[in-house]
Design a binder for this molecule. Structure first.
Ligand code: B1M
Length: 215
């Protein structure tokens, strides 16, 4: 088996045995740690999603895959280049929306933004609009980042945007997650909001957008 196949395999099998040694090999073989995440590890996660969809995996097994993915990302994080001369680009509040527990993508966004000069307040998962509003009023962030992977989470983002607008909040909102599209963002979420709503297809795209806003 190739290194790529083994790395994807750890995620599919939900095992950490051998994972760290192979990640260290990958760190030498790849240009950047993020390429390992976006490459073989995501290939493994996509396979998990397909197997789960076809009823070939149960939730408990997917949870183990998620644990393996989190362990891999945690192992790679210290190797990500930190742009130390680039501090103080602004504060971002991150949350997975109400009703949704998926947080691997959101936490990846946190790592990438943090390593590129943003200060992050991560509210965690299943964050209701009122919780988000309280945090915005307390923290006074420059941007809010919402994540959600379920189809119903896209609707929850519409509700959240509406609640923020009703509260008079209009800071930029960055949205991302597998079930979301740019079209849905522009036609459904942005319509409910006064300020900007920006769609990010992945964490790096989220960084590009945050960087543009910080200028
Ligand atoms: Co769930 N799950 N899950 N799951 N799960 C999906 C999303 C699903 C597509 C699987 C499938 O059926 N094929 C499906 C959703 C169906 C739908 O609505 N369309 C699904 C389902 C059905 C469910 C449950 C309902 C299952 C059940 O209980 N019967 C349940 C829901 C619970 C709930 O939320 N209320 C559930 C539970 C779980 C676990 C807990 C077991 C686990 C999550 C563990 C965790 O996150 N701590 C889990 C997992 C792991 C998945 C899959 C397999 C992988 C998700 C993942 O972590 N990907 C997923 C299938 C899939 O996506 N292939 C699936 C890796 C991660 C890095 O990618 O989060 O997409 P992702 O982030 C990407 C981009 O989306 C983007 O950047 C990242 C890449 O750089 N991005 C942002 C994300 N957020 C962003 C925010 C931004 C910017 C970019 O700015 C703020």
């Amino acid at each position: 088996m190739t290194l790529e196949e083994r790395l994807a395999g750890y995620i599919v099998e939900g095992t950490k045995e051998g994972l760290y040694a192979d990640l260290d090999k990958a760190l030498k073989a790849y240009d950047a740690p993020l390429d390992i995440i976006n490459g073989p590890l995501m290939t493994g996660m996509d396979k998990v999603g397909k197997l789960f969809n076809d009823n070939e995996l149960i939730v408990a097994e997917v949870l183990q895959s998620a644990e393996a993915m989190k362990a891999a990302v945690a192992h790679l994080e210290p190797h990500m280049e930190e742009k130390k001369d680039d501090r103080g680009k602004g504060k971002v509040i991150l949350a997975t929306v109400k009703g949704d527990v998926h947080d691997i993508g959101k936490n990846l966004v946190e790592i990438i933004l943090k390593n590129n000069g943003f200060s992050i307040v991560n509210l965690g998962i299943k964050v209701a609009p009122n919780e988000l509003i309280s945090a915005i009023e307390k923290e006074d962030p420059d941007m809010v980042g919402l994540s959600g992977l379920l189809v119903k989470s896209t609707q929850q983002m519409v509700i959240t945007a509406n609640d923020l607008r009703e509260r008079g909040i209009n800071i930029p909102i960055l949205v991302g997650g597998a079930a979301l599209t740019r079209r849905f963002t522009d036609t459904k979420i942005a319509r409910e909001y006064e300020g900007m709503v920006l769609y990010a297809k992945d964490a790096m795209n989220g960084l590009d957008i945050a960087n543009k806003l910080a200028k």
